[in-house]
Design a protein around this ligand. Structure first.
Ligand code: NAD
Length: 373
Protein backbone atom coordinates (compact mmCIF):
# COMPACT_ATOMS: atom_id res chain seq x y z
CA UNK A 1 0.00 0.00 0.00
CA UNK A 2 1.39 3.44 -0.93
CA UNK A 3 2.12 5.94 1.78
CA UNK A 4 -0.05 9.02 2.34
CA UNK A 5 1.67 12.01 0.73
CA UNK A 6 1.26 14.80 3.29
CA UNK A 7 2.18 18.46 3.69
CA UNK A 8 2.03 20.54 6.87
CA UNK A 9 0.88 24.10 6.18
CA UNK A 10 2.03 26.70 8.72
CA UNK A 11 5.05 25.55 10.69
CA UNK A 12 5.00 27.87 13.70
CA UNK A 13 4.64 26.56 17.25
CA UNK A 14 2.23 23.67 16.63
CA UNK A 15 2.99 23.08 12.95
CA UNK A 16 6.58 22.16 13.82
CA UNK A 17 5.31 19.49 16.21
CA UNK A 18 2.89 18.15 13.59
CA UNK A 19 5.64 17.98 10.95
CA UNK A 20 8.16 16.20 13.18
CA UNK A 21 5.58 13.64 14.27
CA UNK A 22 4.32 13.04 10.71
CA UNK A 23 7.92 12.49 9.55
CA UNK A 24 8.15 9.58 12.01
CA UNK A 25 4.94 7.74 11.00
CA UNK A 26 5.70 4.91 8.53
CA UNK A 27 2.31 5.20 6.74
CA UNK A 28 2.99 8.88 5.99
CA UNK A 29 5.44 10.50 3.60
CA UNK A 30 6.03 14.09 4.68
CA UNK A 31 6.39 15.69 1.26
CA UNK A 32 6.58 19.38 2.18
CA UNK A 33 6.51 21.95 4.95
CA UNK A 34 4.78 25.16 3.88
CA UNK A 35 5.13 28.55 5.53
CA UNK A 36 5.02 32.13 4.33
CA UNK A 37 8.12 32.79 6.49
CA UNK A 38 11.24 31.47 4.66
CA UNK A 39 13.24 30.98 7.88
CA UNK A 40 10.50 28.79 9.40
CA UNK A 41 10.11 26.47 6.40
CA UNK A 42 13.86 26.22 5.59
CA UNK A 43 14.86 25.28 9.13
CA UNK A 44 12.19 22.60 9.47
CA UNK A 45 12.86 21.25 5.99
CA UNK A 46 16.48 20.61 7.01
CA UNK A 47 15.32 18.81 10.13
CA UNK A 48 12.63 16.64 8.55
CA UNK A 49 13.94 16.08 5.02
CA UNK A 50 10.71 17.55 3.56
CA UNK A 51 10.67 20.17 0.79
CA UNK A 52 10.33 23.81 1.93
CA UNK A 53 7.46 25.48 0.07
CA UNK A 54 6.15 29.05 0.23
CA UNK A 55 2.55 28.51 -0.89
CA UNK A 56 0.14 25.55 -1.08
CA UNK A 57 -0.53 26.16 -4.78
CA UNK A 58 3.00 24.86 -5.55
CA UNK A 59 2.00 21.46 -4.18
CA UNK A 60 -1.21 20.71 -5.99
CA UNK A 61 -1.06 17.25 -7.57
CA UNK A 62 1.83 16.22 -5.31
CA UNK A 63 -0.05 15.57 -2.05
CA UNK A 64 -3.04 13.48 -0.90
CA UNK A 65 -3.58 15.24 2.41
CA UNK A 66 -2.58 18.37 4.32
CA UNK A 67 -2.47 19.43 7.95
CA UNK A 68 -3.43 23.10 8.24
CA UNK A 69 -1.77 24.78 11.23
CA UNK A 70 -1.87 28.42 10.16
CA UNK A 71 -3.52 31.11 12.33
CA UNK A 72 -7.26 30.51 12.80
CA UNK A 73 -8.37 33.48 10.67
CA UNK A 74 -6.61 31.91 7.66
CA UNK A 75 -8.06 28.37 8.06
CA UNK A 76 -10.95 28.92 5.65
CA UNK A 77 -8.83 30.29 2.77
CA UNK A 78 -6.07 27.70 3.13
CA UNK A 79 -8.38 24.69 3.69
CA UNK A 80 -10.81 25.63 0.90
CA UNK A 81 -7.98 26.12 -1.61
CA UNK A 82 -6.66 22.66 -0.76
CA UNK A 83 -10.07 20.97 -0.91
CA UNK A 84 -10.94 22.61 -4.22
CA UNK A 85 -7.78 20.93 -5.54
CA UNK A 86 -8.97 17.54 -4.24
CA UNK A 87 -6.73 17.38 -1.13
CA UNK A 88 -8.00 15.78 2.12
CA UNK A 89 -7.69 18.28 4.99
CA UNK A 90 -6.91 18.07 8.68
CA UNK A 91 -7.44 21.57 10.04
CA UNK A 92 -6.38 22.64 13.52
CA UNK A 93 -9.00 23.81 15.99
CA UNK A 94 -11.08 25.86 15.75
CA UNK A 95 -12.09 24.78 12.25
CA UNK A 96 -12.78 28.44 11.37
CA UNK A 97 -13.63 31.52 13.42
CA UNK A 98 -17.25 31.56 12.16
CA UNK A 99 -20.02 28.99 11.61
CA UNK A 100 -20.64 30.40 8.14
CA UNK A 101 -17.11 29.50 7.02
CA UNK A 102 -17.25 26.13 8.82
CA UNK A 103 -20.48 25.26 7.00
CA UNK A 104 -18.84 26.07 3.68
CA UNK A 105 -15.88 23.79 4.43
CA UNK A 106 -18.22 20.96 5.49
CA UNK A 107 -20.21 21.35 2.25
CA UNK A 108 -17.05 21.45 0.17
CA UNK A 109 -15.76 18.24 1.79
CA UNK A 110 -19.11 16.53 1.11
CA UNK A 111 -19.25 17.63 -2.52
CA UNK A 112 -15.67 16.56 -3.20
CA UNK A 113 -15.94 13.41 -1.00
CA UNK A 114 -12.90 14.42 1.00
CA UNK A 115 -11.93 13.75 4.61
CA UNK A 116 -12.26 16.89 6.72
CA UNK A 117 -10.90 16.37 10.22
CA UNK A 118 -10.54 18.97 12.99
CA UNK A 119 -7.68 19.06 15.53
CA UNK A 120 -9.69 18.78 18.74
CA UNK A 121 -6.77 16.92 20.23
CA UNK A 122 -8.29 16.32 23.69
CA UNK A 123 -10.52 13.66 22.12
CA UNK A 124 -7.34 11.63 21.78
CA UNK A 125 -6.13 12.44 25.30
CA UNK A 126 -5.58 9.07 27.02
CA UNK A 127 -7.29 10.30 30.21
CA UNK A 128 -10.55 11.05 28.38
CA UNK A 129 -10.29 7.95 26.20
CA UNK A 130 -9.90 5.76 29.30
CA UNK A 131 -13.24 6.89 30.84
CA UNK A 132 -15.50 8.23 28.09
CA UNK A 133 -17.34 4.94 27.48
CA UNK A 134 -18.43 4.97 31.13
CA UNK A 135 -19.87 8.49 31.00
CA UNK A 136 -23.32 7.91 29.58
CA UNK A 137 -25.91 10.67 30.01
CA UNK A 138 -23.83 13.27 31.85
CA UNK A 139 -26.03 15.55 33.94
CA UNK A 140 -23.47 18.09 35.07
CA UNK A 141 -20.00 18.93 33.80
CA UNK A 142 -17.49 21.35 35.23
CA UNK A 143 -14.48 22.20 33.06
CA UNK A 144 -11.59 24.54 33.72
CA UNK A 145 -8.83 25.40 31.29
CA UNK A 146 -6.33 28.12 32.10
CA UNK A 147 -2.86 29.03 30.89
CA UNK A 148 -0.41 31.89 30.85
CA UNK A 149 -0.55 34.32 27.95
CA UNK A 150 1.44 32.80 25.05
CA UNK A 151 1.21 35.84 22.75
CA UNK A 152 0.07 33.40 20.03
CA UNK A 153 -3.50 32.94 18.73
CA UNK A 154 -4.17 36.64 19.34
CA UNK A 155 -6.31 36.64 16.17
CA UNK A 156 -9.08 35.11 18.32
CA UNK A 157 -10.19 35.30 21.95
CA UNK A 158 -9.98 32.67 24.68
CA UNK A 159 -13.31 31.11 23.64
CA UNK A 160 -12.03 30.08 20.18
CA UNK A 161 -8.49 29.56 21.48
CA UNK A 162 -8.95 27.44 24.64
CA UNK A 163 -12.61 27.04 25.62
CA UNK A 164 -13.36 25.42 22.24
CA UNK A 165 -11.48 22.30 23.45
CA UNK A 166 -13.90 21.81 26.35
CA UNK A 167 -16.93 22.78 24.27
CA UNK A 168 -16.02 19.99 21.86
CA UNK A 169 -15.49 17.41 24.63
CA UNK A 170 -18.77 18.43 26.30
CA UNK A 171 -20.66 18.09 22.99
CA UNK A 172 -19.13 14.65 22.46
CA UNK A 173 -20.45 13.55 25.89
CA UNK A 174 -23.82 15.34 26.07
CA UNK A 175 -25.69 14.17 23.03
CA UNK A 176 -28.45 16.80 23.12
CA UNK A 177 -29.03 20.19 21.50
CA UNK A 178 -27.92 23.31 23.32
CA UNK A 179 -30.87 25.17 24.84
CA UNK A 180 -29.33 28.38 26.20
CA UNK A 181 -26.09 29.96 27.32
CA UNK A 182 -25.14 32.37 30.07
CA UNK A 183 -21.62 33.78 30.12
CA UNK A 184 -19.39 36.52 31.42
CA UNK A 185 -15.93 37.47 30.21
CA UNK A 186 -13.36 40.21 30.05
CA UNK A 187 -10.41 41.18 27.92
CA UNK A 188 -7.17 41.81 29.74
CA UNK A 189 -4.40 42.30 27.19
CA UNK A 190 -5.94 42.89 23.79
CA UNK A 191 -9.16 43.39 21.87
CA UNK A 192 -10.52 39.88 22.45
CA UNK A 193 -11.82 38.23 25.61
CA UNK A 194 -9.07 36.57 27.70
CA UNK A 195 -11.18 35.08 30.51
CA UNK A 196 -14.68 33.63 30.22
CA UNK A 197 -16.99 31.65 32.44
CA UNK A 198 -19.93 30.07 30.60
CA UNK A 199 -22.86 27.96 31.61
CA UNK A 200 -24.41 25.79 28.90
CA UNK A 201 -27.94 24.40 29.33
CA UNK A 202 -28.87 21.45 27.13
CA UNK A 203 -32.33 20.40 26.01
CA UNK A 204 -32.11 17.15 28.06
CA UNK A 205 -31.47 19.08 31.29
CA UNK A 206 -27.70 18.61 31.33
CA UNK A 207 -25.66 21.62 32.40
CA UNK A 208 -21.99 22.40 31.74
CA UNK A 209 -20.00 25.11 33.48
CA UNK A 210 -16.90 25.92 31.49
CA UNK A 211 -14.24 28.39 32.55
CA UNK A 212 -11.29 29.42 30.42
CA UNK A 213 -8.50 31.90 30.99
CA UNK A 214 -5.32 32.65 29.09
CA UNK A 215 -4.04 35.13 31.67
CA UNK A 216 -3.55 32.80 34.59
CA UNK A 217 -0.40 32.02 36.56
CA UNK A 218 -1.63 28.50 37.35
CA UNK A 219 -2.02 26.33 34.24
CA UNK A 220 -4.81 23.74 34.47
CA UNK A 221 -6.91 21.56 32.17
CA UNK A 222 -9.48 19.66 34.18
CA UNK A 223 -13.02 18.34 33.78
CA UNK A 224 -15.45 16.75 36.24
CA UNK A 225 -18.37 14.76 34.87
CA UNK A 226 -21.40 13.74 36.94
CA UNK A 227 -23.62 11.00 35.53
CA UNK A 228 -26.55 9.22 37.24
CA UNK A 229 -24.28 6.30 38.17
CA UNK A 230 -20.76 7.66 38.52
CA UNK A 231 -18.50 10.68 38.73
CA UNK A 232 -15.28 11.12 36.75
CA UNK A 233 -12.47 13.57 37.24
CA UNK A 234 -10.23 14.05 34.21
CA UNK A 235 -6.91 15.84 34.25
CA UNK A 236 -5.98 16.48 30.63
CA UNK A 237 -2.56 17.88 31.59
CA UNK A 238 -1.32 14.95 33.70
CA UNK A 239 -3.41 12.57 31.56
CA UNK A 240 -4.95 10.91 34.60
CA UNK A 241 -8.56 10.03 35.32
CA UNK A 242 -10.37 9.06 38.50
CA UNK A 243 -13.79 7.45 38.75
CA UNK A 244 -16.07 7.42 41.80
CA UNK A 245 -18.97 4.94 41.81
CA UNK A 246 -21.59 4.90 44.57
CA UNK A 247 -22.28 1.50 46.18
CA UNK A 248 -25.35 -0.30 44.82
CA UNK A 249 -27.57 0.39 47.86
CA UNK A 250 -26.78 4.09 47.53
CA UNK A 251 -27.62 4.07 43.83
CA UNK A 252 -30.87 2.20 44.51
CA UNK A 253 -31.80 4.60 47.33
CA UNK A 254 -31.71 1.73 49.85
CA UNK A 255 -29.12 3.49 51.95
CA UNK A 256 -30.69 5.40 54.86
CA UNK A 257 -28.28 7.77 56.48
CA UNK A 258 -30.41 8.44 59.53
CA UNK A 259 -30.74 4.73 60.38
CA UNK A 260 -26.98 4.12 60.68
CA UNK A 261 -25.51 3.23 64.08
CA UNK A 262 -22.74 5.38 65.51
CA UNK A 263 -20.24 2.53 64.88
CA UNK A 264 -21.26 2.27 61.21
CA UNK A 265 -21.03 6.04 60.78
CA UNK A 266 -17.57 6.04 62.24
CA UNK A 267 -16.49 3.15 60.01
CA UNK A 268 -17.92 4.73 56.85
CA UNK A 269 -16.36 8.08 57.68
CA UNK A 270 -12.95 6.37 57.45
CA UNK A 271 -13.86 4.21 54.46
CA UNK A 272 -16.02 6.72 52.52
CA UNK A 273 -14.03 6.45 49.29
CA UNK A 274 -13.31 2.74 49.48
CA UNK A 275 -16.71 1.34 50.53
CA UNK A 276 -19.49 3.85 49.92
CA UNK A 277 -18.28 6.07 47.09
CA UNK A 278 -15.79 3.70 45.57
CA UNK A 279 -12.89 5.64 44.06
CA UNK A 280 -10.46 4.20 41.53
CA UNK A 281 -7.70 5.57 39.33
CA UNK A 282 -8.27 4.56 35.72
CA UNK A 283 -5.10 3.43 33.95
CA UNK A 284 -4.58 5.36 30.73
CA UNK A 285 -2.69 3.91 27.78
CA UNK A 286 0.44 5.97 27.12
CA UNK A 287 0.12 7.62 23.71
CA UNK A 288 0.89 10.86 21.89
CA UNK A 289 -2.47 12.47 21.14
CA UNK A 290 -1.26 14.48 18.13
CA UNK A 291 0.32 11.40 16.58
CA UNK A 292 -2.96 9.51 17.17
CA UNK A 293 -4.88 12.30 15.39
CA UNK A 294 -2.56 12.02 12.39
CA UNK A 295 -2.89 8.23 12.28
CA UNK A 296 -6.69 8.64 12.45
CA UNK A 297 -6.52 11.08 9.51
CA UNK A 298 -4.39 8.69 7.42
CA UNK A 299 -6.70 5.78 8.26
CA UNK A 300 -9.84 7.78 7.38
CA UNK A 301 -8.36 8.65 3.98
CA UNK A 302 -7.24 5.06 3.35
CA UNK A 303 -10.51 3.38 4.35
CA UNK A 304 -13.12 6.05 3.62
CA UNK A 305 -14.44 5.93 7.21
CA UNK A 306 -15.19 9.07 9.25
CA UNK A 307 -12.37 10.48 11.39
CA UNK A 308 -12.98 10.63 15.16
CA UNK A 309 -13.43 14.43 15.01
CA UNK A 310 -15.29 15.38 11.85
CA UNK A 311 -15.77 18.71 10.14
CA UNK A 312 -19.34 18.71 11.48
CA UNK A 313 -18.02 18.26 15.04
CA UNK A 314 -15.69 21.22 14.48
CA UNK A 315 -18.56 23.24 13.06
CA UNK A 316 -20.84 22.42 16.01
CA UNK A 317 -18.16 23.49 18.50
CA UNK A 318 -17.80 26.83 16.71
CA UNK A 319 -21.60 27.28 16.73
CA UNK A 320 -21.63 26.89 20.53
CA UNK A 321 -18.53 29.11 20.86
CA UNK A 322 -20.31 31.83 18.90
CA UNK A 323 -23.25 31.64 21.30
CA UNK A 324 -20.91 31.93 24.28
CA UNK A 325 -19.25 34.95 22.71
CA UNK A 326 -22.62 36.52 22.06
CA UNK A 327 -23.66 35.93 25.71
CA UNK A 328 -20.40 37.52 26.91
CA UNK A 329 -21.06 40.57 24.77
CA UNK A 330 -24.59 40.95 26.08
CA UNK A 331 -23.68 40.74 29.74
CA UNK A 332 -24.26 43.97 31.64
CA UNK A 333 -21.51 44.67 34.13
CA UNK A 334 -22.75 48.06 35.27
CA UNK A 335 -26.50 48.01 34.82
CA UNK A 336 -28.79 48.39 31.86
CA UNK A 337 -27.36 51.69 30.61
CA UNK A 338 -23.89 50.21 30.17
CA UNK A 339 -24.95 47.47 27.74
CA UNK A 340 -22.69 47.69 24.72
CA UNK A 341 -23.42 44.75 22.52
CA UNK A 342 -20.44 44.04 20.30
CA UNK A 343 -17.86 44.99 22.91
CA UNK A 344 -16.83 43.47 26.16
CA UNK A 345 -18.65 45.50 28.75
CA UNK A 346 -15.72 45.66 31.14
CA UNK A 347 -12.35 45.78 29.39
CA UNK A 348 -10.24 45.20 32.46
CA UNK A 349 -10.43 43.67 35.92
CA UNK A 350 -7.83 44.17 38.63
CA UNK A 351 -5.02 41.67 38.16
CA UNK A 352 -5.31 39.68 41.40
CA UNK A 353 -8.83 38.75 40.39
CA UNK A 354 -7.63 37.78 36.95
CA UNK A 355 -4.97 35.54 38.33
CA UNK A 356 -6.95 33.62 40.91
CA UNK A 357 -10.30 33.38 39.15
CA UNK A 358 -11.86 32.54 42.48
CA UNK A 359 -14.45 35.23 41.93
CA UNK A 360 -15.37 33.84 38.61
CA UNK A 361 -18.41 31.79 39.42
CA UNK A 362 -21.74 33.46 38.80
CA UNK A 363 -24.24 33.22 41.65
CA UNK A 364 -25.95 30.36 39.90
CA UNK A 365 -22.67 28.55 39.41
CA UNK A 366 -21.87 28.81 43.09
CA UNK A 367 -25.25 27.35 43.99
CA UNK A 368 -24.74 24.45 41.62
CA UNK A 369 -21.24 23.85 42.88
CA UNK A 370 -22.58 23.59 46.40
CA UNK A 371 -25.29 21.18 45.30
CA UNK A 372 -22.82 19.08 43.32
CA UNK A 373 -20.13 19.09 45.99
P1 NAD B 1 1.95 30.22 15.12
O1 NAD B 1 1.70 31.68 14.95
O2 NAD B 1 3.06 29.79 16.03
O3 NAD B 1 2.21 29.57 13.69
C1 NAD B 1 1.46 29.87 12.54
C2 NAD B 1 2.40 29.75 11.32
O4 NAD B 1 1.62 29.85 10.12
C3 NAD B 1 3.46 30.84 11.24
O5 NAD B 1 4.73 30.25 11.07
C4 NAD B 1 3.06 31.68 10.01
O6 NAD B 1 4.17 32.22 9.33
C5 NAD B 1 2.34 30.63 9.18
N1 NAD B 1 1.36 31.16 8.21
C6 NAD B 1 0.46 32.14 8.38
N2 NAD B 1 -0.34 32.25 7.30
C7 NAD B 1 0.09 31.29 6.41
C8 NAD B 1 -0.34 30.90 5.13
N3 NAD B 1 -1.39 31.48 4.53
N4 NAD B 1 0.33 29.88 4.50
C9 NAD B 1 1.39 29.30 5.09
N5 NAD B 1 1.83 29.63 6.34
C10 NAD B 1 1.18 30.61 6.99
O7 NAD B 1 0.56 29.61 15.58
P2 NAD B 1 0.29 28.26 16.39
O8 NAD B 1 0.31 28.55 17.85
O9 NAD B 1 1.14 27.17 15.86
O10 NAD B 1 -1.27 28.02 16.02
C11 NAD B 1 -1.65 27.66 14.72
C12 NAD B 1 -3.06 27.04 14.75
O11 NAD B 1 -3.03 25.88 15.56
C13 NAD B 1 -4.14 27.95 15.32
O12 NAD B 1 -5.34 27.75 14.62
C14 NAD B 1 -4.33 27.44 16.74
O13 NAD B 1 -5.65 27.62 17.24
C15 NAD B 1 -4.03 25.95 16.58
N6 NAD B 1 -3.50 25.37 17.82
C16 NAD B 1 -4.08 24.24 18.28
C17 NAD B 1 -3.63 23.66 19.47
C18 NAD B 1 -4.25 22.39 19.97
O14 NAD B 1 -4.15 22.11 21.16
N7 NAD B 1 -4.88 21.61 19.13
C19 NAD B 1 -2.56 24.24 20.17
C20 NAD B 1 -1.96 25.39 19.64
C21 NAD B 1 -2.45 25.96 18.46
Amino acid sequence: MSRLRLAVIGVGHLGKIHAKLAAGIPEIELVAVVDSRPEAREALAKETGARPVAHVRELIGEIDGAVVVTPTVTHFDVASELMRAGVHVFVEKPITPTVREADELVQLARRRQLVLQVGHVERFNPALVSVQDRLQEPKFIEARRQSGFTFRSTDVGVIMDLMIHDIDVVLSLVKAPLACVDAVGVSVLGDHEDMVSARLHFANGAVANITASRTSYAPARTMQVYTPTRFASIDFASRKATIVEPRLDLLQRDFHLNDLSEATRSHLREQLFSELLVKSEVPAVESNAIEQEQRDFAEAIRTGRQPRVTGVDGRDAVAVAERVLSAVRQHQWDGADSRRVGHLASPMLPLPMVATMDDWATDDTVILRRKAG
